[in-house]
Ligand binder design. Structure first.
Ligand SMILES: [Fe+2]
Length: 217
């Protein structure tokens, strides 16, 4: 269940745009780098245009870091037995979620469609597994330990999973821009080939929505 938790004061001002290269290989997977795929932001944060051709820009990492200051104390994410999420804010430029991870909590490999994102761990420790393509139809798998105060930023079609492999709960803040519209889910096939299992349309959330069934991880 997701609960609206709008805190406009925590939203910093937008800044400039930085983007670079992109992702995966295998049937049904997004195209590899150099074939028109957008992708991973470089620099200190994920800064994206509000929409193609728009001059309005937003710093996803700065927003996520602002919310992460207090996200660990969100009441609805205390003592949870399964992953839960709380809507922090939604605008026409981005949406922000806090996600609670009990020990053992995880999500399968997925992307965020055309959205870029920033993930900041507010408390606990998460493990991110990333899958990136090569030109030889073999995926490169990376594992990243993300502790409280640390972050990961990504561009469109970035494929990863997240898990809480520790004994303590964790809370993370996820900010996506433009707002999530689709998410695809993958499994890793033999020889490192990434296979798309399904794609979901993400229903839009409004500022006064109290719940969302869709997992925004
Ligand atoms: Fe994700």
């Amino acid at each position: 269940m997701a609960i609206a938790y709008l805190d406009p004061a925590a939203v910093p001002r937008a800044t400039s745009l930085t983007r670079s290269e992109g992702l995966p290989a295998g049937p049904g997977a997004p195209p590899p780098p150099g074939t028109g795929s957008p992708g991973l932001p470089t620099g200190p944060g994920a800064r994206v245009a509000a929409r193609p051709g728009s001059h309005r820009q937003v710093d996803l990492l700065a927003i996520a870091q602002g919310f992460a200051v207090s996200a660990a104390g969100i009441t609805e994410l205390q003592g949870i037995r399964e992953r839960s999420w709380v809507l922090l804010a939604v605008t026409d430029l981005f949406e922000a979620w806090a996600i609670g991870w009990p020990p053992g909590g995880r999500i399968e490999l997925h992307d965020h469609g055309p959205s870029s994102g920033a993930v900041v761990v507010a408390s606990g420790v998460l493990t991110e597994t990333t899958v990136r393509p090569t030109r030889h139809e073999v995926a490169l798998i990376g594992t990243h330990r993300v502790e409280a105060g640390e972050y990961r930023c990504f561009g469109p079609r970035y494929v990863h999973d997240l898990s809480n492999d520790g004994d303590d709960p964790a809370v993370s803040v996820h900010v996506y821009g433009p707002r999530l519209t689709t998410m695809s889910y993958y499994e890793l096939r033999p020889r490192g080939r990434l296979h798309r299992v399904r794609s979901d349309t993400v229903p839009p959330v409004g500022p006064f929505d109290a719940t969302s069934d869709h997992d925004p991880s």
